[in-house]
Write a protein that binds this ligand. Structure first.
Ligand SMILES: [Mn+2]
Length: 326
C-alpha cells in the first residue's frame, strides 16, 4: 500500500476537503469522520463536503455542521481554498456526485482511499485495496501511519464503517484484521452493543411499513437460488418512508435458505431505477453482472442504475442473472 506517499501528500496540506460517494452509507461517513478527526489531531483543518445529507441512521456521527452538504455556489470558495482533495469509499470522482465533479475539474493534488473494484486510479495518490473490508479499515491504517490520535468520535466512526460494510461482522469481508481493529476500538472504550443499536436499530415505523410492502413483492427464480423484490414509488408514498430507508432490506432477505443471489429493484426520486445485487457465494460474481449494465461495486455486493419502467429493468437484469446460475 501507498501509505508513505499518502502521508507525504497529507503532511503538505493544511486545508484538505474530504468527500465520499453519493447517498453516503455507514462506511462512507465512518471513513470521512474517522479521517477528519485524525487529520485534526495532527494540526490540519479539514472540511467534509458531501453531495447528499446524512441518513438518519448516521446522524449520530455528525458534529456541529459536519458533514456539510455541498452547494456549488456557497462552497466554490472552500474548494478554491483547499490544498488537497480526499475521496474515501469511492473509486471515481463522479461517484461523489456534484462535489466530486467540481473537485476533478480543479486539478488539485488529491488522495483516494477506497476498497471498490476496479482499484482507484483517479487521484494523485491512490490507496486502494479491494481486499479491505471497508474504507474505514483503510482509514484506520492510514491514521496509524500519520501518527494521528484517535478521539471518541473517530473510534465510533471507524467502528461504524466496519460494522456497516461487514453487516455486523457477518459477510465474507469479515477478516481477522476487521476483528483486530474492532478489538482495539473496544479496548479503547467502544461498547459493541451500543454501536449495534446506533447503526442497525435506528429504523422508523415508516421504514418497517415499507419493508412489509417490499416483502409482499418478493419473488423467487432459478429454483429459489435467485430472490428479488421491488420498492416502488407507490410503496414509498403509501408508507411515508424515505429513499435511504431501503438500506439493509436486501440483507434481511438474504437469510432465505437456498438463495444465492438477492436483488432489490427500487424507484428513486431521480426517476431512474436502482438495483442492488447481492451474492451469497464466492462463485457468483455480481460485480461482473453489474458491469454489463454499466454498474459496479464488489464481487458480493454491487449496484446498477437502469431506465424505467421498473418491470422492464427487472426483466433485463433477471435475463442475465439466469445465465449466471444456469
Ligand atoms: Mn465501503
Amino acid at each position: 500500500m501507498n501509505w508513505e506517499a499518502a502521508v507525504r501528500l497529507v503532511k503538505q496540506s493544511k486545508t484538505p476537503v474530504i468527500t465520499t460517494h453519493e447517498m453516503p452509507d455507514g462506511d462512507a461517513i465512518g471513513a470521512e469522520v474517522g479521517l477528519a478527526e485524525g487529520l485534526r489531531s495532527i494540526g490540519l483543518n479539514p472540511v467534509i463536503l458531501n453531495s447528499h445529507p446524512l441518513s438518519p441512521s448516521n446522524e449520530f456521527l455528525s458534529l456541529d455542521d459536519e458533514p456539510v452538504v455541498f452547494d456549488p455556489e456557497r462552497h466554490a470558495k472552500v474548494l478554491e481554498a483547499a490544498d488537497l482533495f480526499i475521496m474515501v469509499d469511492a473509486n471515481f470522482w463522479d461517484r461523489a456526485g456534484s462535489v466530486g465533479e467540481a473537485m476533478a475539474a480543479l486539478h488539485k493534488p488529491s488522495l483516494c482511499i477506497d476498497h471498490h473494484f476496479p482499484p482507484a486510479d483517479c487521484a494523485t495518490v491512490n490507496c486502494a485495496s479491494v481486499e479491505a473490508s471497508s474504507a474505514s479499515e483503510l482509514v484506520f491504517y492510514f491514521c496509524e501511519h500519520l501518527g494521528a490520535q484517535r478521539t471518541g468520535r473517530s473510534r465510533e466512526a471507524i467502528y461504524t464503517g466496519l460494522l456497516f460494510d461487514t453487516g455486523n461482522f457477518r459477510f465474507s469481508n469479515t477478516s481477522n484484521r476487521v476483528h483486530q481493529i474492532a478489538a482495539t476500538l473496544i479496548e479503547e472504550g467502544i461498547v459493541a452493543e451500543q454501536m449495534y443499536q446506533k447503526v442497525f436499530e435506528h429504523g422508523t415505523f415508516e421504514r418497517m411499513k415499507l419493508f412489509g410492502m417490499a416483502l409482499s413483492s418478493l419473488q423467487i427464480d432459478c429454483d429459489g437460488q435467485l430472490v428479488w423484490f421491488l420498492v416502488t414509488n407507490e410503496m414509498f408514498a403509501e408508507s411515508g418512508a424515505v429513499p435511504s430507508d431501503v438500506e439493509g432490506f436486501a440483507d434481511m432477505v438474504r437469510t432465505i435458505r437456498g438463495s444465492k443471489m438477492v436483488f432489490m429493484f427500487r424507484d428513486t426520486p431521480d426517476g431512474v431505477i436502482k438495483a442492488s445485487l447481492r451474492s451469497k457465494t464466492n462463485d457468483i460474481d455480481v460485480q461482473a453482472l453489474a458491469k454489463k449494465f454499466g454498474g459496479g461495486g464488489h464481487k458480493r455486493a454491487s449496484g446498477v442504475t437502469l431506465q424505467p419502467p421498473i418491470f422492464q429493468a427487472v426483466e433485463t437484469v433477471l435475463t442475465e442473472a439466469r445465465k449466471l446460475l444456469a
